[in-house]
Design a protein around this ligand. Structure first.
Ligand code: FES
Length: 359
């Protein structure tokens, strides 16, 4: 039972500044201070962001919107960015990034989570996460920006790519953006159209918003070049699987800006290619046995290292590190990289043989 109410725990964040100062100078240990703070309230921490689940609502047959209330530590988060969310389950810490579909001034945020076949954390959150539970979040990342020069905007999403675009859309409409906006959402099945009622209500209220759904599993499926050319918009923001985003990129000929974000499923490794390898982490002077199957980020963490990271999906670049020797495989495309001193993203790179990295 928390000793103080949530609202007080949130308001305490600025008052903890002297403790942060003492920790920064090494006179206190942050972990010890956090241990005491969490006795007051489970979300209370010096620097780290913890949040309590406030509400859950299904927004498509396979997508859940979670409303979370954060402690006072998030800084400058924007709807349309992504955050890494961590959940401790049976002693194992699982993490994955999700898009912020809303960020409120009162510390409330909304994340949308899509069911993934075999997705351990996503499915755990969808099926078992209860209102009142406490989660940890890493700092938000993501560069998509609403183009505010008053020209028409086309938002194009496939699958869960709708989630950052919804965040941007809600914000732009709330700020009074009045030029035409078209939101195109491509899904496999009708029931995967997300936030439909809310989007329709927004379109009722804001006559400049047009909605367009494409059901790729239905006859006449995927969007064609001709259909795409007929849709208005001077700026394009696209988000979805790599193939979808690359296609729109290739079709885009208009004068406005083009912003894209893509995600691609990791390629499973053929059984013959799974082997033990030697990993050398040069800066920390460690040499360990690893596997050609797992990302270098996972293996570095399993060796007790704490490399910087954000999305764990190859998007944010915060895990970039220098390859000093050996060959790594891009887990998304299968491409091999062997050039020494080239930057690699640890979260989507697996060793193809023995490797040395600057970590
Ligand atoms: S953690 Fe974001 S690119 Fe690796």
């Amino acid at each position: 039972m928390p000793m103080i109410p949530f609202s007080l725990a949130r308001r305490l964040a600025p008052a903890l500044q002297p403790l942060r100062w003492l920790c920064a100078r090494g006179w206190l240990r942050e972990a010890d201070v956090d241990l005491c703070l969490r006795l007051l309230h489970p979300v209370l921490r010096l620097q780290r962001v913890f949040a309590q689940v406030e509400a859950r609502r299904w927004v498509a047959e396979d997508m859940l919107a979670l409303t979370l209330r954060c402690n006072g530590n998030p800084q400058g988060w924007r709807a349309g960015q992504h955050v890494q969310l961590y959940l401790q389950q049976d002693g194992v810490r699982h993490g994955r990034s999700y898009s912020l579909t809303a960020v409120g001034r009162d510390g409330r945020i909304e994340l949308a989570i899509k069911r993934q076949p075999g997705g351990r954390l996503s499915n755990m959150l969808l099926d078992r996460l209860a209102v009142g539970q406490v989660l940890e979040l890493a700092p938000a990342f993501g560069e998509l920006q609403w183009p505010d020069d008053g020209r028409a905007v086309l938002l194009a999403a496939a699958g869960s790519g709708i989630t950052p675009l919804l965040g941007l859309l809600r914000d732009a409409l709330a700020r009074g953006f009045s030029a035409p906006i078209t939101l195109l959402h491509q899904v496999r099945r009708q029931g995967q159209r997300a936030f439909v009622e809310e989007l329709q209500a927004l379109a009722e209220r804001h006559r400049n918003l047009q909605l367009c759904w494409v059901v790729s599993g239905a006859p006449g499926g995927r969007i064609s070049r001709e259909q795409f050319d007929e849709i208005g918009g001077e700026h394009l923001i696209a988000c979805g699987p790599q193939g979808f985003v690359e296609q729109l990129h290739g079709w885009w000929t208009r004068s406005g800006t083009l912003q894209v974000e893509s995600f691609s499923p990791l390629q499973p490794l053929a059984a013959d290619d799974v082997r033990d390898v030697q990993l050398r982490f040069a800066r920390s002077g460690q040499q360990v046995q690893g596997s050609s199957q797992l990302s270098l980020l996972e293996q570095a963490e399993a060796s007790g290292l704490r490399p910087a990271h954000g999305c764990r999906q190859g998007i944010c670049a915060s895990c970039t590190c220098t390859l000093l020797g050996g060959v790594v495989r891009d887990l998304r495309s299968g491409a091999l990289f062997a050039e020494p001193n080239q930057p690699i993203r640890l979260c989507v790179s697996a060793p193809h043989g023995d490797v040395e990295i600057d970590l």
